[in-house]
Design a protein around this ligand. Sequence first.
Ligand code: ADP
Length: 830
Amino acid sequence: MAVGKANEHRVLALAPNGRDARATCEILGDAGIAVTICGDMAGLCRELESGAGAVLLTNDALVLAGAAGALAEALGGQPRWSDLPVLLLASGGANSAIALAALEALPNVLVLDRPVHLPTLLSAVKTALRSRERQYELRDHLRELERTEKRLRASEERLVLAQEAGGVGVFDWDVVSGDVVWTSQLEKVYGMAMPEEPKERHDAWVRHVHPADRPGLLEGTRRWLDESDESDHQWEYRFIRPDGEERWIAGRSSVCRDSQNRPLRVVGTNVDITKRKGTEQTLRESEEKFRTFFQNAAVGATQLGLDNRFLEVNDQFCRITGFDHDELLGMTPDDLTHPEDRPQASSLLSAYLSGQGGGAYHVEKRYVRKDGRVVWVEVTAALVRDPDGTPVCSAGIIQDVTERKRIEETLREDDRRKDEFLAMLGHELRNPLAAITTGLRLLRSPHAEQHEWVKQSLEHQTRQLVALVDDLLDISRITRGKIQLRSEIVDLRTVAQNAAESTTDLMVEKKHAFTLSCPEAPLPVLGDPTRLQQIVANLVNNAAKYTPDEGRIELKLERVGDEAVICVKDNGLGIPADMQGSIFELFGQVDSATHRPQQGLGIGLSLVKMLVGLHGGSVAVASEGAGKGSTFTVRLPAVETTEALKEDRGRNATADGELFDILLVEDNHQVAQMLKIVLEERSHAVRVAESGREAIRMGRASRPKVVILDIGLPDMSGYEVAQTLRQEPGYADTLIIAATGYGQERDRQRSREAGIDHHLVKPIEYETIALLAREWRRTVRSRGSAAAPAGAGRAASESAPEGRGARVLVIDDTRVIAKITQQMLQQEGH
Ligand code: ADP
């Protein structure tokens, strides 16, 4: 029904004739009441639809057939709040048949007796309109209620939707009765349906809480409800769903309490946060990884706040700076930076922290450590920005580059020295070359009397040049690891004498008093005689060179403990303390007015140091300073000459006047030389072959009585050498001893097959060789000249010839035991 507001207060009057209508309009209109006159009931019913405050009828109108029914029907369609008042003016009053019928058919009829007294009519109409007014209020109220209800419904729907969207399950727990209600979303969160029985729901939930979280959760809830007056409570716990799946839940609850703070009702939410927990875990792991990397990085790592203070530093940074972690937090890079580097570094840093320069920072500067030491660092940093690109902090990597800086400095220094060296080399070469050029010119002159002197000078200058070039080549070879010592046992006394001789000219020229003192006993060392002589000659030559004329030079050898000590002492220019280390470096020279005129290339001492090092020794200088002379001391490991060896010298070998002619086949030069010395000390004649082919050649040429044969040779095996030699005429009786590192039975078997008499495993003792040789000699003699079958190997123990005890070869590296065993065997007739 489209109801106009203006129509709501009008009176619809049914006035079939014009006179009644006019009279009614006038009366009500005078009282300020709007009237709409309807000509018949159908018109009135239509008007009703547009709204009306009351209906005014006369009994005449209802007399018409169907009129009352039509009105009743129209009124029956009113909304529930509407009870439209109908005023019926009836002749005969309320008891008239018409009035009774109207009262019966219509819901809200007021019957007025006709003729109606005018004030009565007006009063009745107003009363009807007022009652209608209250209906309108009721209507408005109902409408308001309806709207509120709609809004509530919408809001509830939105809440449910939001809960569903957010995965928020809600429960409502009546603490007093124990009843719990779950929302359907909570059922989804728990992965289970709410139990039928309201009181069982709380227990069901408790049963599914993870056993590890359950006690804490229940106790926490109990304390919140019983012991605190907090209205809210939140927690996180694990929930095991009926299907066994574990879920992380975040719960949040509010409690209503009574006046004594007793809990009455708890309403709370549960949200599944498993995903978030997983992300948190991943984040934690990632954070952990970063922390581990940050802390254990081999370089210093820092985080610097935009206020220029350290937010975080790692252990390596603490090591670089010497400060501990807590001391560094809150410090600024300026606090660490060397005062001289501070202005530049800090202006760069503030430009960088303000985001200029592309947000990258790279600088090399010095830090002053906590202990005051200065270290060079290389700092590389980048700004860390938030998603909007705003700088948050700076992450820096700090490397200690002190060593690199030192090397760079050394390289620069080396470069400088190299340039100086080249200049000096030019100078050093030009001097002898100038002398040679002049000499050659003089040789062309007719004054023959000068020629001899010129030739000597040319020789001298040429020797100088050769020595210079040799030194240069040596340095180059040693630094490239190309030099190889031809080591042997050398008596240092011989070395010193040769070195001294080579410097005679200079000594004589400068009128120095030179003394050489050597011990009486030999002073053997294992070394390369040429190189050892080079070492000593260099030092003696320097002493002569850097000592003013008529000085005193002393070369002294002595044995101190297990070292052979060579001492070269002069009373010359001396060396300032601060130069005593650097003169051993390549091109290192004392830069002083007194030294300079003597200077060479500054490589001699460096060569000495390298060569001494190759011999396993050391060299040092001592000088009390300028003008106080210098003492250079070389220490080399001395070789043991044991008393036992001395006693044995010649005895074993020459006991019955026979010496052996030995071919020693050994590719290790040093081992060969040492064994050679040992054998020669016993007066045997020893030849050394360092390869298989050389052994065969020397073996053919010399026919030795004994061959000591290494098996692993560079060109062929010792077995092949033995086989070849055994084929040679006169080799049937030769004693061939294998001296090898291989001692397994199959190696011994191969030795036997190759015609080797004895297979010894290194290291071998001289006594063993001597014993084997004597035994061999007796065997050969007892056989006369009858040769043993070529290629037949003999074991260390052989059966005795007919009628005699067994011949037993005793091999034991403890000589006394070997001797006792031998005597016992001899007593038994062997
Ligand atoms: P060179 O003699 O060619 O300069 P060296 O390497 O042999 O080169 O010596 C390096 C420097 O050590 C010399 O230049 C000299 O200054 C100093 N020096 C060496 N020996 C002596 C010495 N006996 N007395 C004083 N200074 C010496």
